[in-house]
Design a binder for this molecule. Sequence first.
Ligand code: TXA
Ligand code: MG
Length: 334
Amino acid sequence: MASRNVLSVTPGAPEPEALAKAAQVLRSGGLVAFPTETVYGLGADARNPEAVRRIFAAKGRPADNPLIVHVPDIATAQSLVTNWPARAQMLAEAFWPGPLTLLLPKRPEVPDLVTAGLPAVGLRVPAHPVALALLRAAELPVAAPSANPYMGISPTTADHVARGLGDRVDLILDGGPTQVGIESTVLDLTGAVPLVLRPGGVSLEALQRVLPEVRMAAHLEAEGPRLSPGLAKRHYSPQARLHLIEGRGALLSAAQAARDESLALMPLGSPAVDLPGVQVRPMPASPEEYAQQLYATLHDLDAAGATLILAERPPETPDWHAVLDRLTRAAAER
Ligand code: TXA
Ligand code: MG
């Protein structure tokens, strides 16, 4: 979908003129959608409350859901917090640039709007060359949620952004499809124990290799108090209903029973499935590749008018944790 506000850039070596233009939009308080290695972000100058307000308006996002601030390096992250603990340094050195967001106590210069009034700010250095180059060109911290309407599926292409937000964005930098495909891991470093509030691109095991004391927040395992407002049970949802089904046999039986629906199947790995009149999207058997394709598959099936999606449930092993989290939320009853 070519649109007036879309600017294509070379993913590995973004054109300086395009970056300069995007940086100018950010500096003047506008909204720029840009690729990160996880999903596309909807960025604004994090120091400018008016600009940040536009993000919430464009997404239709409630003001009690805080935004992640994207910075080009550790030094800039340090400049936005009141305390940079040794843990933060170790994790940043190990995983930045990359899909890890660290929550740390914010300085007063970070507007309350960005953190939804919470005392901590989420910080991350994204690994995508376009995102990094934009942050360097703009020379300002960029607040950016995923560039989708509130409760929608996160965008992994510029086309998803254009379809979801259209001209509510001043400029979309098209740097091709994103690599990781699901959002960053959100890690709270403000308490005695570092807690994963949202599983994502960096696994719990990888975090524990650097900091063995990291834990999953209890509410991810059981229903408990919500520490992060963005962790609404239902989230990342397609228009179609999504059901998770254990095992290939049960998947096929459910497909037979759902004759009246505009049905789509997401079987896991091989062997292939072929059912007349059913849209079949085979999903990769590796969690990394599955994550990379998940949102694009859901966007495609929505666009194709599916009313019911049956997905074969991936295994409950740690390496599938983040993918299962997103699938479970997408499948939650509305
Ligand atoms: O990969 C990502 O994280 C993408 C790219 C664009 O960086 N961003 C993203 O942002 O997914 P968003 O806004 O869609 O999700 C951010 C999550 C939300 O669940 C939010 O509640 C939580 O992080 N979060 C952000 N700042 C927080 C804070 N200060 N305290 C608690 N939770 C926070
Ligand atoms: Mg989001």
